[in-house]
Design a protein around this ligand. Structure first.
Ligand SMILES: [Zn+2]
Length: 113
């Protein structure tokens, strides 16, 4: 290996090392910003989870009274689905061709009076 080649080789290695150093510091700052973001996301995630739990609690508290049919209404619904009227107007008579009856639906699903 002559002097010229040796010198070139040193320059090449020096350049390579500088490049690597540059990439290393870039990688370091990337890791730092990712770590920071991760901390933010963890905090945000925690907040959202507790908010979700609050909402679920509220939802179950309000729905248990409204959305579920009472036992007696469920019985009426069963009779209605078997093809009979449960309304005051036609109570006990058969629904012709399973046609819907607004009176029955009001009895089963209507607002409590
Ligand atoms: Zn009816």
């Amino acid at each position: 290996m002559d002097k010229r080649t040796l010198h070139d080789e040193f320059s090449n290695i020096e350049n390579d090392l500088k490049q690597m150093l540059l990439r290393l510091s870039e990688m370091k700052s990337t890791v730092e910003s990712l770590t920071e973001k991760n901390v933010h996301l963890e905090v945000e995630n925690k907040h959202l989870r507790s908010r979700l739990m609050e909402l679920e609690k509220e939802a179950s508290a309000t729905s248990s009274g409204k959305n579920e049919l009472s036992k007696s209404r469920m019985n009426l619904e069963k009779i209605y689905e078997e093809g009979f009227h449960v309304c005051n107007v036609y109570y006990g008579s058969r629904r012709e061709n399973d046609e819907e009856c607004a009176f029955c639906l009001d009895v089963i699903y209507g607002e409590r009076k």
